[in-house]
Design a protein around this ligand. Structure first.
Ligand code: HEC
Ligand code: HEC
Length: 346
Protein backbone atom coordinates (compact mmCIF):
# COMPACT_ATOMS: atom_id res chain seq x y z
CA UNK A 1 0.00 0.00 0.00
CA UNK A 2 2.76 2.49 0.89
CA UNK A 3 4.98 2.05 -2.19
CA UNK A 4 1.96 2.34 -4.46
CA UNK A 5 0.94 5.80 -3.38
CA UNK A 6 4.50 7.09 -3.21
CA UNK A 7 5.13 6.14 -6.81
CA UNK A 8 1.83 7.57 -7.95
CA UNK A 9 2.33 10.79 -6.07
CA UNK A 10 5.85 11.38 -7.39
CA UNK A 11 5.24 10.59 -11.03
CA UNK A 12 1.97 12.47 -11.19
CA UNK A 13 3.27 15.48 -9.32
CA UNK A 14 5.91 15.99 -11.98
CA UNK A 15 3.35 15.44 -14.72
CA UNK A 16 1.20 18.19 -13.24
CA UNK A 17 4.04 20.66 -13.19
CA UNK A 18 4.64 20.12 -16.91
CA UNK A 19 2.71 22.49 -19.20
CA UNK A 20 1.98 19.56 -21.54
CA UNK A 21 -0.72 18.23 -19.16
CA UNK A 22 -3.54 18.42 -21.65
CA UNK A 23 -7.27 18.12 -21.05
CA UNK A 24 -7.47 14.80 -22.79
CA UNK A 25 -4.44 13.40 -20.91
CA UNK A 26 -6.11 14.39 -17.67
CA UNK A 27 -9.38 12.78 -18.69
CA UNK A 28 -7.62 9.56 -19.73
CA UNK A 29 -5.71 9.49 -16.46
CA UNK A 30 -8.99 9.99 -14.56
CA UNK A 31 -10.71 7.24 -16.53
CA UNK A 32 -7.96 4.83 -15.49
CA UNK A 33 -8.17 5.77 -11.83
CA UNK A 34 -11.93 6.13 -11.29
CA UNK A 35 -15.13 4.56 -12.55
CA UNK A 36 -18.60 6.07 -12.88
CA UNK A 37 -21.40 4.89 -10.58
CA UNK A 38 -23.66 2.58 -12.63
CA UNK A 39 -27.25 3.58 -13.23
CA UNK A 40 -28.68 0.48 -11.54
CA UNK A 41 -27.76 -1.23 -8.26
CA UNK A 42 -25.21 -4.07 -8.30
CA UNK A 43 -26.41 -7.61 -7.52
CA UNK A 44 -25.68 -9.00 -4.06
CA UNK A 45 -24.42 -12.61 -4.13
CA UNK A 46 -27.03 -15.11 -2.94
CA UNK A 47 -29.57 -12.35 -2.32
CA UNK A 48 -31.75 -11.80 -5.40
CA UNK A 49 -33.20 -8.30 -5.62
CA UNK A 50 -36.88 -9.09 -5.99
CA UNK A 51 -39.21 -6.11 -5.72
CA UNK A 52 -40.80 -7.68 -2.62
CA UNK A 53 -37.47 -8.08 -0.86
CA UNK A 54 -36.31 -4.54 -1.59
CA UNK A 55 -39.67 -3.17 -0.41
CA UNK A 56 -39.40 -5.16 2.82
CA UNK A 57 -35.84 -3.92 3.33
CA UNK A 58 -37.07 -0.36 2.99
CA UNK A 59 -39.75 -0.94 5.65
CA UNK A 60 -37.20 -2.37 8.05
CA UNK A 61 -34.77 0.48 7.38
CA UNK A 62 -37.40 2.96 8.50
CA UNK A 63 -38.97 0.91 11.31
CA UNK A 64 -38.01 2.21 14.78
CA UNK A 65 -39.55 -0.88 16.38
CA UNK A 66 -36.32 -2.68 15.57
CA UNK A 67 -34.77 -0.71 18.43
CA UNK A 68 -35.32 -1.41 22.12
CA UNK A 69 -36.84 2.05 22.62
CA UNK A 70 -38.87 2.02 19.38
CA UNK A 71 -37.40 5.47 18.90
CA UNK A 72 -34.43 4.76 16.62
CA UNK A 73 -34.34 3.36 13.10
CA UNK A 74 -31.49 3.03 10.64
CA UNK A 75 -32.80 6.27 9.18
CA UNK A 76 -32.23 8.10 12.51
CA UNK A 77 -28.50 8.04 11.89
CA UNK A 78 -28.41 7.53 8.12
CA UNK A 79 -31.07 9.93 6.99
CA UNK A 80 -32.45 9.58 3.50
CA UNK A 81 -32.70 13.12 2.21
CA UNK A 82 -29.66 14.23 4.19
CA UNK A 83 -26.86 12.51 2.30
CA UNK A 84 -27.39 9.27 4.24
CA UNK A 85 -25.83 10.70 7.41
CA UNK A 86 -26.91 12.40 10.66
CA UNK A 87 -24.67 15.48 10.55
CA UNK A 88 -23.46 14.71 14.08
CA UNK A 89 -19.88 14.48 15.28
CA UNK A 90 -20.71 11.04 16.65
CA UNK A 91 -24.20 9.58 16.50
CA UNK A 92 -26.81 9.73 19.24
CA UNK A 93 -28.26 6.29 19.96
CA UNK A 94 -30.11 4.38 22.67
CA UNK A 95 -30.84 6.55 25.74
CA UNK A 96 -29.12 9.50 24.13
CA UNK A 97 -25.76 7.74 24.28
CA UNK A 98 -23.02 8.88 21.93
CA UNK A 99 -21.12 6.30 19.93
CA UNK A 100 -17.39 6.59 19.36
CA UNK A 101 -17.36 7.34 15.65
CA UNK A 102 -18.92 9.52 13.00
CA UNK A 103 -21.68 7.82 10.96
CA UNK A 104 -20.59 7.27 7.35
CA UNK A 105 -23.16 7.59 4.61
CA UNK A 106 -25.07 4.52 3.44
CA UNK A 107 -25.16 5.95 -0.10
CA UNK A 108 -22.91 3.92 -2.42
CA UNK A 109 -21.67 1.89 0.58
CA UNK A 110 -22.41 -1.22 -1.50
CA UNK A 111 -19.31 -0.43 -3.59
CA UNK A 112 -16.90 -0.32 -0.63
CA UNK A 113 -14.47 -3.15 -0.02
CA UNK A 114 -15.81 -3.68 3.52
CA UNK A 115 -18.07 -1.84 5.97
CA UNK A 116 -17.32 0.41 8.98
CA UNK A 117 -14.35 2.73 9.44
CA UNK A 118 -12.24 -0.28 10.40
CA UNK A 119 -13.72 -2.69 7.83
CA UNK A 120 -14.93 -5.11 10.50
CA UNK A 121 -17.99 -6.22 8.50
CA UNK A 122 -17.30 -7.81 5.15
CA UNK A 123 -20.45 -6.59 3.42
CA UNK A 124 -23.79 -4.84 3.89
CA UNK A 125 -25.52 -8.02 5.00
CA UNK A 126 -23.05 -8.65 7.79
CA UNK A 127 -23.06 -4.96 8.67
CA UNK A 128 -26.83 -4.66 9.05
CA UNK A 129 -26.86 -6.88 12.14
CA UNK A 130 -24.35 -4.66 13.96
CA UNK A 131 -26.36 -1.54 14.84
CA UNK A 132 -29.43 -3.56 15.85
CA UNK A 133 -27.60 -5.23 18.71
CA UNK A 134 -25.15 -2.43 19.52
CA UNK A 135 -26.00 -1.17 23.05
CA UNK A 136 -25.29 2.48 22.17
CA UNK A 137 -27.21 2.30 18.88
CA UNK A 138 -30.48 0.32 18.73
CA UNK A 139 -29.79 -1.96 21.71
CA UNK A 140 -31.98 -4.91 20.78
CA UNK A 141 -30.95 -8.59 20.56
CA UNK A 142 -31.23 -10.92 17.60
CA UNK A 143 -33.94 -12.89 19.39
CA UNK A 144 -35.88 -9.77 20.38
CA UNK A 145 -35.76 -8.25 16.88
CA UNK A 146 -37.29 -11.46 15.53
CA UNK A 147 -39.84 -11.70 18.35
CA UNK A 148 -40.81 -8.06 17.78
CA UNK A 149 -41.45 -8.46 14.07
CA UNK A 150 -43.29 -11.77 14.47
CA UNK A 151 -45.67 -9.97 16.82
CA UNK A 152 -46.55 -7.34 14.20
CA UNK A 153 -49.06 -9.35 12.14
CA UNK A 154 -48.62 -7.33 8.95
CA UNK A 155 -44.98 -8.37 8.64
CA UNK A 156 -45.78 -12.10 8.22
CA UNK A 157 -47.10 -11.79 4.65
CA UNK A 158 -44.40 -9.26 3.70
CA UNK A 159 -41.61 -11.64 4.76
CA UNK A 160 -43.39 -14.60 3.13
CA UNK A 161 -43.52 -12.74 -0.20
CA UNK A 162 -39.91 -11.61 0.11
CA UNK A 163 -38.58 -15.04 1.15
CA UNK A 164 -40.96 -17.56 -0.42
CA UNK A 165 -40.81 -21.26 0.32
CA UNK A 166 -38.32 -21.11 3.17
CA UNK A 167 -40.53 -22.06 6.13
CA UNK A 168 -40.46 -19.44 8.88
CA UNK A 169 -39.50 -16.33 6.96
CA UNK A 170 -39.04 -13.88 9.86
CA UNK A 171 -35.46 -14.66 10.87
CA UNK A 172 -32.54 -12.44 11.79
CA UNK A 173 -30.69 -13.48 8.62
CA UNK A 174 -33.63 -12.47 6.48
CA UNK A 175 -33.91 -9.12 8.28
CA UNK A 176 -30.28 -8.46 7.39
CA UNK A 177 -30.68 -9.67 3.81
CA UNK A 178 -33.67 -7.44 3.13
CA UNK A 179 -32.06 -4.35 4.66
CA UNK A 180 -28.85 -4.93 2.70
CA UNK A 181 -30.79 -5.16 -0.56
CA UNK A 182 -32.57 -1.89 0.11
CA UNK A 183 -29.25 -0.24 0.95
CA UNK A 184 -27.80 -1.50 -2.33
CA UNK A 185 -30.43 0.60 -4.12
CA UNK A 186 -29.08 3.75 -2.45
CA UNK A 187 -26.60 4.64 -5.15
CA UNK A 188 -26.02 8.08 -6.64
CA UNK A 189 -25.16 7.94 -10.35
CA UNK A 190 -24.73 10.85 -12.70
CA UNK A 191 -22.67 13.32 -10.64
CA UNK A 192 -20.85 15.88 -12.80
CA UNK A 193 -17.69 13.79 -12.30
CA UNK A 194 -19.47 10.67 -13.62
CA UNK A 195 -20.48 12.58 -16.73
CA UNK A 196 -16.87 13.73 -17.09
CA UNK A 197 -15.62 10.14 -16.83
CA UNK A 198 -18.15 9.08 -19.46
CA UNK A 199 -16.75 11.61 -21.92
CA UNK A 200 -18.32 15.01 -21.22
CA UNK A 201 -15.25 17.16 -20.42
CA UNK A 202 -17.49 20.20 -19.96
CA UNK A 203 -19.24 18.55 -17.00
CA UNK A 204 -16.48 19.96 -14.76
CA UNK A 205 -15.81 23.71 -14.72
CA UNK A 206 -12.27 25.08 -14.92
CA UNK A 207 -11.72 25.22 -11.16
CA UNK A 208 -12.99 21.66 -10.72
CA UNK A 209 -10.79 20.44 -13.57
CA UNK A 210 -7.76 22.09 -11.95
CA UNK A 211 -8.82 20.50 -8.68
CA UNK A 212 -8.96 17.09 -10.34
CA UNK A 213 -5.45 17.59 -11.73
CA UNK A 214 -4.23 18.46 -8.22
CA UNK A 215 -6.14 15.55 -6.67
CA UNK A 216 -4.28 13.18 -8.99
CA UNK A 217 -1.02 15.13 -9.12
CA UNK A 218 -0.58 15.59 -5.37
CA UNK A 219 -1.28 11.91 -4.74
CA UNK A 220 -4.77 11.95 -3.20
CA UNK A 221 -5.91 9.46 -5.84
CA UNK A 222 -3.31 6.94 -4.71
CA UNK A 223 -5.70 6.16 -1.87
CA UNK A 224 -8.99 7.71 -2.99
CA UNK A 225 -9.54 5.88 -6.28
CA UNK A 226 -11.97 3.48 -7.90
CA UNK A 227 -15.70 3.79 -8.27
CA UNK A 228 -16.21 5.46 -4.86
CA UNK A 229 -13.12 7.70 -5.04
CA UNK A 230 -12.10 5.77 -1.93
CA UNK A 231 -13.58 2.83 -0.07
CA UNK A 232 -11.26 0.36 -1.77
CA UNK A 233 -8.32 0.01 0.63
CA UNK A 234 -6.97 0.73 4.11
CA UNK A 235 -4.38 3.32 5.09
CA UNK A 236 -2.97 4.84 8.25
CA UNK A 237 -4.40 8.22 9.28
CA UNK A 238 -1.15 10.12 9.57
CA UNK A 239 1.16 8.46 7.02
CA UNK A 240 3.60 11.36 7.06
CA UNK A 241 2.49 13.37 10.07
CA UNK A 242 0.03 12.15 12.68
CA UNK A 243 -2.80 14.68 13.16
CA UNK A 244 -3.27 16.11 16.66
CA UNK A 245 -5.28 14.25 19.29
CA UNK A 246 -8.24 16.59 18.73
CA UNK A 247 -8.67 15.08 15.23
CA UNK A 248 -7.20 11.62 15.83
CA UNK A 249 -8.10 10.69 19.42
CA UNK A 250 -5.50 8.18 20.64
CA UNK A 251 -8.11 5.81 22.08
CA UNK A 252 -9.46 4.66 18.70
CA UNK A 253 -6.77 2.64 16.98
CA UNK A 254 -8.95 1.72 14.02
CA UNK A 255 -8.19 -1.52 12.27
CA UNK A 256 -5.89 -2.68 15.07
CA UNK A 257 -9.02 -3.70 16.98
CA UNK A 258 -9.97 -6.02 14.10
CA UNK A 259 -6.64 -7.61 13.17
CA UNK A 260 -4.63 -7.13 16.42
CA UNK A 261 -1.65 -6.43 14.17
CA UNK A 262 0.65 -3.66 15.40
CA UNK A 263 1.09 -2.18 11.91
CA UNK A 264 -2.69 -1.72 11.76
CA UNK A 265 -2.74 0.81 14.59
CA UNK A 266 -4.50 3.97 13.38
CA UNK A 267 -5.24 2.34 10.04
CA UNK A 268 -8.75 3.07 8.70
CA UNK A 269 -10.64 2.22 5.58
CA UNK A 270 -10.03 5.04 3.13
CA UNK A 271 -13.49 6.63 2.99
CA UNK A 272 -15.47 7.14 -0.19
CA UNK A 273 -15.52 10.80 -1.24
CA UNK A 274 -18.79 10.45 -3.17
CA UNK A 275 -21.19 13.24 -2.05
CA UNK A 276 -18.60 14.28 0.53
CA UNK A 277 -19.71 17.92 0.39
CA UNK A 278 -23.05 16.80 1.86
CA UNK A 279 -21.69 14.76 4.75
CA UNK A 280 -19.88 16.87 7.35
CA UNK A 281 -18.40 16.54 9.86
CA UNK A 282 -15.36 14.68 8.60
CA UNK A 283 -13.06 11.85 9.67
CA UNK A 284 -13.91 8.91 11.89
CA UNK A 285 -13.79 11.27 14.83
CA UNK A 286 -16.18 13.75 13.19
CA UNK A 287 -14.03 16.58 14.50
CA UNK A 288 -13.66 18.62 11.32
CA UNK A 289 -16.72 20.47 10.00
CA UNK A 290 -15.15 22.34 7.10
CA UNK A 291 -14.34 20.33 3.97
CA UNK A 292 -11.52 22.75 3.12
CA UNK A 293 -9.93 22.01 6.47
CA UNK A 294 -10.30 18.25 5.90
CA UNK A 295 -8.48 18.66 2.57
CA UNK A 296 -5.69 20.63 4.25
CA UNK A 297 -5.33 18.00 6.99
CA UNK A 298 -5.10 15.27 4.34
CA UNK A 299 -2.33 17.20 2.55
CA UNK A 300 -0.16 17.41 5.64
CA UNK A 301 -1.03 14.10 7.32
CA UNK A 302 -1.08 11.78 4.28
CA UNK A 303 1.25 13.50 1.81
CA UNK A 304 3.49 15.81 3.83
CA UNK A 305 2.28 18.67 1.62
CA UNK A 306 1.29 22.11 2.91
CA UNK A 307 -1.40 22.85 0.34
CA UNK A 308 -1.87 26.54 -0.53
CA UNK A 309 -5.28 28.20 -0.15
CA UNK A 310 -5.64 28.20 -3.94
CA UNK A 311 -4.91 24.47 -4.12
CA UNK A 312 -7.33 23.72 -1.30
CA UNK A 313 -10.05 25.76 -3.06
CA UNK A 314 -9.56 23.85 -6.30
CA UNK A 315 -9.48 20.42 -4.72
CA UNK A 316 -12.58 21.28 -2.68
CA UNK A 317 -14.32 22.44 -5.86
CA UNK A 318 -13.43 19.14 -7.49
CA UNK A 319 -14.87 17.25 -4.51
CA UNK A 320 -18.09 19.20 -5.11
CA UNK A 321 -18.32 17.53 -8.53
CA UNK A 322 -18.79 14.22 -6.68
CA UNK A 323 -22.21 15.36 -5.44
CA UNK A 324 -24.93 13.62 -7.44
CA UNK A 325 -28.69 13.71 -7.59
CA UNK A 326 -29.84 12.07 -4.38
CA UNK A 327 -31.96 8.90 -4.21
CA UNK A 328 -35.69 9.56 -4.32
CA UNK A 329 -37.28 7.33 -1.70
CA UNK A 330 -40.99 7.21 -0.92
CA UNK A 331 -41.60 6.69 2.79
CA UNK A 332 -43.03 3.20 3.35
CA UNK A 333 -46.26 2.64 5.26
CA UNK A 334 -45.37 0.23 8.07
CA UNK A 335 -47.65 -2.52 9.39
CA UNK A 336 -49.40 -1.46 12.61
CA UNK A 337 -48.64 -2.75 16.09
CA UNK A 338 -51.39 -4.70 17.89
CA UNK A 339 -52.11 -5.31 21.57
CA UNK A 340 -49.77 -8.32 21.67
CA UNK A 341 -46.83 -6.47 20.05
CA UNK A 342 -43.98 -6.01 22.58
CA UNK A 343 -43.95 -2.44 23.86
CA UNK A 344 -41.00 -0.06 23.77
CA UNK A 345 -38.45 -0.16 26.58
CA UNK A 346 -37.27 3.42 26.61
C1 HEC B 1 -27.24 5.41 16.56
C2 HEC B 1 -26.84 5.69 15.20
C3 HEC B 1 -26.87 4.58 14.18
C4 HEC B 1 -27.92 3.74 13.88
C5 HEC B 1 -29.27 3.66 14.54
C6 HEC B 1 -27.48 2.96 12.75
N1 HEC B 1 -26.22 3.31 12.39
FE1 HEC B 1 -25.19 2.61 10.81
N2 HEC B 1 -23.53 3.51 11.49
C7 HEC B 1 -23.47 4.35 12.57
C8 HEC B 1 -22.08 4.64 12.86
C9 HEC B 1 -21.57 5.54 13.97
C10 HEC B 1 -21.31 3.90 11.95
C11 HEC B 1 -19.79 3.80 11.91
C12 HEC B 1 -19.35 2.84 13.01
C13 HEC B 1 -17.93 2.33 12.86
O1 HEC B 1 -17.33 2.49 11.80
O2 HEC B 1 -17.43 1.74 13.81
C14 HEC B 1 -22.26 3.22 11.07
C15 HEC B 1 -21.92 2.45 9.97
C16 HEC B 1 -22.83 1.96 9.07
C17 HEC B 1 -22.51 1.42 7.77
C18 HEC B 1 -21.13 1.31 7.17
C19 HEC B 1 -20.91 2.40 6.18
C20 HEC B 1 -19.47 2.50 5.80
O3 HEC B 1 -19.15 3.31 4.94
O4 HEC B 1 -18.65 1.78 6.38
C21 HEC B 1 -23.68 1.01 7.19
C22 HEC B 1 -23.86 0.40 5.83
C23 HEC B 1 -24.73 1.28 8.15
N3 HEC B 1 -24.18 1.87 9.27
C24 HEC B 1 -26.06 0.92 8.00
C25 HEC B 1 -26.97 0.94 9.05
C26 HEC B 1 -28.23 0.20 9.07
C27 HEC B 1 -28.73 -0.69 7.96
C28 HEC B 1 -28.84 0.49 10.24
C29 HEC B 1 -30.15 -0.06 10.78
C30 HEC B 1 -30.20 -1.50 10.96
C31 HEC B 1 -27.96 1.40 10.94
N4 HEC B 1 -26.83 1.62 10.21
C32 HEC B 1 -28.26 1.98 12.16
C33 HEC B 1 -24.55 4.86 13.24
C34 HEC B 1 -25.80 4.28 13.24
C1 HEC C 1 -2.36 7.36 2.23
C2 HEC C 1 -3.76 7.34 1.82
C3 HEC C 1 -4.46 8.68 1.66
C4 HEC C 1 -4.10 9.76 0.89
C5 HEC C 1 -2.86 9.92 0.04
C6 HEC C 1 -5.16 10.72 1.04
N1 HEC C 1 -6.14 10.25 1.87
FE1 HEC C 1 -7.86 11.19 2.35
N2 HEC C 1 -8.26 9.76 3.72
C7 HEC C 1 -7.49 8.63 3.95
C8 HEC C 1 -7.96 7.98 5.13
C9 HEC C 1 -7.40 6.69 5.75
C10 HEC C 1 -9.02 8.75 5.61
C11 HEC C 1 -9.85 8.48 6.88
C12 HEC C 1 -9.16 9.13 8.06
C13 HEC C 1 -9.96 8.89 9.34
O1 HEC C 1 -10.97 9.53 9.54
O2 HEC C 1 -9.55 8.00 10.09
C14 HEC C 1 -9.19 9.86 4.70
C15 HEC C 1 -10.19 10.82 4.81
C16 HEC C 1 -10.40 11.84 3.89
C17 HEC C 1 -11.48 12.79 3.92
C18 HEC C 1 -12.62 12.80 4.93
C19 HEC C 1 -13.79 12.02 4.37
C20 HEC C 1 -14.93 11.82 5.35
O3 HEC C 1 -16.02 11.46 4.88
O4 HEC C 1 -14.75 11.95 6.56
C21 HEC C 1 -11.32 13.64 2.86
C22 HEC C 1 -12.22 14.80 2.47
C23 HEC C 1 -10.12 13.24 2.18
N3 HEC C 1 -9.60 12.14 2.83
C24 HEC C 1 -9.59 13.86 1.07
C25 HEC C 1 -8.27 13.65 0.64
C26 HEC C 1 -7.56 14.54 -0.24
C27 HEC C 1 -8.14 15.80 -0.87
C28 HEC C 1 -6.30 14.04 -0.39
C29 HEC C 1 -5.13 14.66 -1.11
C30 HEC C 1 -4.74 15.98 -0.65
C31 HEC C 1 -6.25 12.80 0.38
N4 HEC C 1 -7.46 12.63 1.00
C32 HEC C 1 -5.16 11.97 0.44
C33 HEC C 1 -6.43 8.20 3.17
C34 HEC C 1 -5.74 9.01 2.28
Amino acid sequence: MRPLFLIASLSLASALAAPAWSQSDLQKQAQQLFKPIPSSPPALPGNPATAERVALGKMLYFDPRLSQSHAISCNSCHMIGLGGVDLQETSIGHRWQRGGRNAPTVYNAVFDVAQFWDGRAKDLEQQAGGPLVNPVEMDTTEAHAVEQLRAIPGYGPEFAKAFPGSGEAITFDNIRRAIALFEATLITPNAPFDRYLKGDVAALDTTQTEGLALFIGKGCAACHAGINVGGAMYAPFGVVERPGAEILPPGDRGRFAVTKTVSDAYVFRVPSLRNVALTPPYFHSGKVWDLRQAVAVMGSSQLGAQLTDAEIDRITAFLGSLTAEQPQVTLPVLPPSVAATPQPKP
